[in-house]
Write a protein that binds this ligand. Structure first.
Ligand code: NDP
Length: 296
């Protein structure tokens, strides 16, 4: 079997088109959706992510406020700017790009953002509401994007066994929460595997839906994929490749060429989950703007 490709570029474009319609409707009512983004330090990957987020905001008509702060910015300065943004009614979404420098506590910063402006879905209020089954809580963008991908290919996880490899707070754990919800495009039986799991290969082979977010290049191999499984590769890793102009190429956490011979559907890297994450951030931002305007 050679798997069908789940095209994250195409699916994310359709999400962004919907967001643009919502943003246009808000603007017609005098509300300009606005996302404020804070980047502290010079981390090259973070700079690329923030640049992409700003570009995509502009394409869908979301105004962008951008604070690029030096790496030695104190936690007090960061919190003071967040307080300003929280109090500013023209700002609807706030995002602080992680990771933060060592002198800054990520938990303190995340918790300072007003839950109704927390478009990353990392604030404990949103995490708690989502865990309690509240479908209106902002969902973390990457796992929410995966759920939207499944809907787009019309693959319903209801009753199926989903195995998630990785238990981070931004991907694995919220992915498990979302897929086990009692709601459409969820209702899965969920197993969460991690670095302490025994017989990871055996666990993966039980999966109808295998979602991998470990941050180790091509660590899930073809023999770990059940025939006909849907494989979602969240990983983005740079591996050296002197044959390319940049000297590296991007690969996922799944050995794509092997896995695609077993799977029924599979996401590529790049062009899979990555573009969905930004699309869902934009979606959360227009949702936040609509709620603040009292229309949602
Ligand atoms: P983290 O490092 O926070 O978490 C990795 C998880 O994988 C941990 O739970 C860890 O287990 C587990 N793990 C590590 N090694 C193994 C192993 N050998 N076997 C089983 N489990 C293992 O990573 P993130 O969740 O933040 O990111 C994961 C990947 O997804 C990265 O490549 C990242 O770049 C990518 N990513 C992509 C996004 C996108 O938009 N496409 C967005 C976010 C992330 P333990 O808890 O026991 O340590």
């Amino acid at each position: 079997m050679s798997a069908k490709i789940i095209d994250g570029n195409e699916i994310s474009a359709s999400v962004r088109a919907e967001v643009k319609v919502e943003a246009d409707e808000l603007r017609a009512r005098g509300i300009e959706p606005c996302l404020a983004v804070m980047l502290v330090g010079e981390d090259p990957a973070s700079r690329v992510y923030v640049g992409m987020k700003e570009k995509k905001c502009a394409e869908v008509g979301i105004r962008n406020i951008d604070a690029r702060l030096p790496a030695d910015t104190s936690q007090e300065e960061i919190l003071a700017l967040l307080d300003e943004w929280n109090a500013d009614p023209s700002i609807h979404g706030i995002l602080v790009q992680l990771p933060l420098p060592d002198q800054v506590d990520e938990k303190t910063v995340t918790e300072r953002i007003l839950p109704e402006k927390d478009v990353d879905g990392f604030h404990p209020v949103n995490v708690g509401r989502m865990s309690g089954g509240d479908t209106t809580a902002f969902r973390p963008c990457t796992p929410h994007g995966v759920q939207v991908m499944l809907k787009h290919i019309d693959w319903d996880p209801s009753g199926k066994h989903a195995v998630i490899v990785g238990r981070s707070n931004i991907v694995g754990r919220p992915m498990a929460t979302i897929l086990s919800q009692k709601e459409p495009w969820a209702n899965a039986t969920v197993t969460v595997a991690h670095s302490r799991s025994e017989d990871l290969a055996g666990i993966c082979r039980l999966a109808d839906l295998l979602i991998v977010a470990v941050g180790r290049p091509e660590s899930v191999t073809g023999d770990m994929v059940r025939d006909g499984a849907v494989v979602i590769d969240v990983g983005v890793n740079r591996v050296d490749d002197p044959t390319t102009e940049k000297g590296y190429r991007l690969v996922g956490d799944v050995a794509f060429d092997e896995a695609k011979e077993k799977a029924s559907w599979i996401t590529p890297v790049p062009g899979g989950v990555g573009p969905m994450t930004i699309a869902m951030l934009l979606k959360n931002t227009v949702t936040a703007a609509g709620r603040m305007a009292g229309s949602d």
